[in-house]
Design a protein around this ligand. Sequence first.
Ligand SMILES: Cc1ncc(COP(=O)(O)O)c(C=O)c1O
Length: 402
Amino acid sequence: MQRGPQEICSEQTEIPLFGSLPSRPAIHTSTAYLCESPRQADERLGGKRPGYVYQRDGHPNAAALAEKCRRLHGENSSHAVVTSSGMSAISLAMISQLGTGDHILLSHRLYGRTAILVEQELSRFGIEFSFADFCNLDQVSEQCRTNTRMLVVETISNPKLRVVDFGALAELSKSRNALMLVDNTFASPIVCRPFDFGADLVVESLTKIMNGHGDTTLGLLSGTEAVWERVPAALSSWGMTSSPFDCWLAERGVSTLFLRMSSAANTAKILAERLSSHPQILDVAFPGLQSHPDRAIAVRQFSSLNGETCFGNMITIEVNGGIEGATRFIEATKEIPFCPSLGELMTTLSHPFTTSHRNLNSSQLAKLGISGGTIRFSIGLESADFIESAIATALSGLPNPV
Ligand SMILES: Cc1ncc(COP(=O)(O)O)c(C=O)c1O
């Protein structure tokens, strides 16, 4: 029987390419993929053969993005998946590896939502947790318990940009039979490849500099062969799947990651030096400064670009005048938006005291070196002269330190 309007409307449409090869990847929005036979479906679903069946289990745009990011992490990164957000990548790393009765040891400098995930969510499933100063490995070792299964740390912490000795941490985690999970969001694989120093699992919020255009929320979880078995099934069962359109956008974003990070990191290095001598700035935190407590570790662990260590694109300053000083500075900065995120094309600033760290008490803030005058910059693609002039103009309204 011939197909009439009723059938034509509902039939599958093929895009006619006539053998032409598009120079950019297509977006595959299909929620399901057709199977030729029950055997093929079974083999694909069982992971015996590559191929897609259902978008929540995996789709071509996620696979292409994950593979590009995995390769950026080098040969020690065996697998990678894209998830719906940075937080879902962190959740997936923990849920796929931990069970009731396990203990997880967290850096006390972690992104607040990661701490909340463990304190308020995973704890309800009987997962024990505690915090330690990961810049003090003796303290980390003391805090390890017989049931410690995972140590969690960030490559560059927020907002004081502290850097942990990964090699020593990896040795410690292996000796305790625990996995080392690294949140590499602030660094990206352009600045640091934690697998090269013994990490078992690495996450990045692709929402930040990896995509870099401020228009997608996505995460990446990468891991070694030894830890991967449960990851694909956990991703599908907990429903952490990414959207094909977001993956397509992020793949385009990652295409310029190297150039964006190189440029922004170079600008950050110049600015950190220049801001260090400004009279209204009491302190500048940047891992490349001689004054930074972790500079030597950063030099060892961070990649070289054009023969020089790349320290990333984040700078944190302490302005004179505490919360009033910071408020006056932020209200006066016309050229640098107050944006509680990072890794955008433009330079942005954040005020940890009233945003990311607002739930901490005064002793916790003091431990992290955060005050009302702390301002964190995510350096973007403008010139160093432009950003310096914008900062100097805003600082000119502040009182001089006594
Ligand atoms: C270091 C770090 N890790 C993870 C996340 C979570 O990423 P997302 O917002 O994509 O869930 C953030 C978000 O700010 C972050 O700063």
